[in-house]
Design a protein around this ligand. Structure first.
Ligand code: ZN
Ligand code: ZN
Length: 102
């Protein structure tokens, strides 16, 4: 979720909590490895609980929600130019979610 959404949830639990406090909490959770920032191209950063499995994302163009996608196309290192070393990848699927299609 986005920082603003985290803030909305936090406000429900702790009325009056500031956005700066939320950002500080997020920062320390990222440092401790409990939360990972997810930055999709052209979107504000999102935060999700750290998983121990590799996964990707589906971004709905209609409602803007981002869903986790299990699975991976596999080793994409062959796409890199000759002589380049790949140490990670990010795959984002775009389209419309089931809710937006119904
Ligand atoms: Zn949608
Ligand atoms: Zn992958």
């Amino acid at each position: 979720m986005r920082a603003q959404e985290v803030h909305a949830h936090a406000t429900a639990a702790v009325p009056g909590i500031g956005l700066a406090t939320v950002y500080r909490a997020l920062k320390s959770l990222i440092q401790s490895g409990d939360v990972v920032p997810v930055e999709l191209p052209g979107d504000t950063p999102r935060y999700e609980l750290a998983h121990h499995h590799h996964h990707h994302h589906f971004s709905c163009r209609a409602c803007g929600q981002v869903f986790e996608v299990d699975g991976c196309p596999g080793d994409l290192a062959t796409l890199a130019p000759q002589g380049f070393a790949v140490d990670g990848h990010e795959v984002v699927l775009y389209g419309r979610c089931a809710e937006c299609l119904s």
